[in-house]
Ligand binder design. Structure first.
Ligand code: 5AD
Length: 477
């Protein structure tokens, strides 16, 4: 039997794509392995959002040089955003690579690998499917645990944020029909999924493919339809929304639909109007703060998290102060912050990269100080309160605990009796203490009684949903 090993870098979309790649390979009779020695195919699903990602890929591929030279029939594949951005050039730049494949070409992977195995030269396929967009369907839950799945609703990006490479690696926006999205979520729920995360580069710009963009976002309507038509779904998340599509209707949906969390990750990037304009974000600080305030008013203890770039070209101390004050005003409980990194093709290249590296690092640190204090205060405020947690797996550091996520996405460690497999289960807990980035909690209801040992189902039957799902034929339309 042939075996594959996949290394995934970057965002949730890549995690989703890697799972679909696994399905493509399984359908070809491949099995997964963690041991490079056993692998016949090694695939890197890459990210190119910042320059660091570039270095990561090169060093990751480099670690397999000796193996590749020894094992001549080992096929090395680069997929994802770096593959799309560099295309054929990657074959020359990294001599170990046999196949370069773009995010829209995953269904063609077996064909390209077959070509190389048959003695053909290294090959690159990076063509966007603009005419008849095909969406990779989730046949199975994610590997994180058996209760969560990602469902793509749109791909590509029509924004032109001046710092961002995504429009050049993922192409123009293309949308999936609501009926296809709902059918997929329905199937996943039948397979045991409790939480779905809708994915898209600007997920909330969604509208039906046949509708004109002039009509604006119909994402709130989509979310309402999912809530109505798939009532067995327990949690519905989405990432990443663009602030300019955070419509009143979507905010109202958060107030009305229990399936939506009292949380949104809403990237702001900067708190300075001058910088936002140069980033071409198409909203002002005040617009963002108004939407943040409306969201926070939608449900009790609504929380927001965000992405921020420090050291964008021309960012002054005053601009940065504006960012710090926005972080306080919006009350983010979690901040993902990055130093500006110039990327190929992006308009911001013309603005230079004039904030010195040390200053970027210093601003990043100051930003984290404010963000960490807010996160700590938020988690502390939850001690004593009741939460519903979706358990994911045993804690790596303490086998007496399982780790999961609250409805608002806080990480929660829950004491669970040893031997009790509660993966994928929703449980009510009470938070008893707070760490820097997570909570500790105890169950408020008694655990189900452990079945006697001989009542355990045979191993084959433990994960029927995933096993069955993997046997389905591959559909990529
Ligand atoms: N430099 C630094 N950070 C970036 N991001 C996107 N492009 C860049 C860049 N060129 C950040 C943004 C985005 C997150 C996914 O990555 O904050 O929201």
């Amino acid at each position: 039997m042939r075996r594959y090993l996949i290394q995934t870098f970057g965002c949730q979309m890549n995690v989703h794509d890697s799972l679909r790649i696994e399905e493509v390979l399984s359908a070809q009779g491949y099995a997964a392995t963690d041991a490079p020695e056993l692998a016949d195919l090694i695939l890197f699903n890459t990210c190119s959002i910042r320059e660091k990602a570039d270095h990561k890929l090169r060093s990751a591929v480099g670690t397999f040089r000796e193996l590749k030279e020894r094992k001549r029939d080992l096929v090395m594949v680069v997929a994802g955003c770096m593959a799309q951005q560099r295309g054929e050039a990657l074959l020359d730049e990294i001599d170990l690579v046999d196949v370069v494949i773009g995010p829209d070409n995953i269904a063609e992977l077996p064909e390209l690998v077959g070509h190389v195995r048959a003695g053909g030269p290294p090959v690159a396929r990076t063509v966007f499917d603009l005419d008849a967009p095909s969406f990779l369907q989730a046949h199975a839950p994610t590997d994180r645990h058996e209760a969560c799945a990602y469902v793509t609703v749109m791909k590509g990006c029509d924004e032109r944020c001046t710092f961002c490479i995504v429009p050049y690696t993922r192409g123009a926006e293309r949308y999936r029909t609501s009926s296809e999205i709902i059918a997929e979520i329905d199937r996943l729920c039948d397979a045991g999924v409790k939480e779905v995360t809708l994915l898209g580069q600007t997920v909330n710009s969604w509208h039906e493919p046949h509708e004109s963009a002039e009509g604006g976002s119909r994402f709130a309507w989509l979310v309402e339809r999912i809530a109505r038509e798939v009532p067995k779904l327990a949690r519905l998340r989405y990432t990443s929304p663009h602030p300019r599509h955070m419509t009143d209707a979507l905010i109202a949906a958060h107030a009305e639909l229990a399936v939506l969390p009292a949380h949104v990750h809403l990237p702001v990037q900067s708190g300075s109007d001058r910088v936002l304009r140069r980033m071409l974000r198409r909203y002002r600080r005040q617009d963002f703060l108004e939407r943040a305030a409306k969201l926070r008013a939608a449900r009790p203890s609504f929380t927001l998290s965000t992405d921020i770039i420090v050291g964008f070209p021309g960012e002054t101390e005053e601009d940065f102060q504006q960012t710090l004050s926005l972080v306080r005003e919006a009350g983010f409980v979690s901040v993902f912050a990055f130093k500006y990194s110039p990327r190929p093709h992006t308009p911001a290249l013309r603005l230079g990269d004039d904030v010195p590296e040390e200053l970027k690092s210093e601003r990043l640190e100051r930003l984290f100080e404010v963000a960490d204090a807010q996160q700590a205060a938020h988690l502390q405020s939850l001690v004593g309160s009741e939460l519903e947690v979706l358990l994911e797996g045993r804690s790596k550091t303490d086998p007496a605990r399982m780790t999961g996520r609250s409805q608002r996405h806080e990480i929660v460690h829950v004491a669970v009796p040893p031997g009790l497999d509660m993966r994928g289960k929703l449980v009510k807990v009470r938070a008893s203490s707070a760490y820097k980035r997570s909570l500790v909690a105890e169950a408020v209801e008694p655990w189900p009684r452990l079945p006697p040992v001989d009542a355990f189902p045979p191993v084959e039957a433990v994960q029927p949903a995933r096993k069955q799902a993997l046997r389905l034929p591959l559909v990529s339309s």
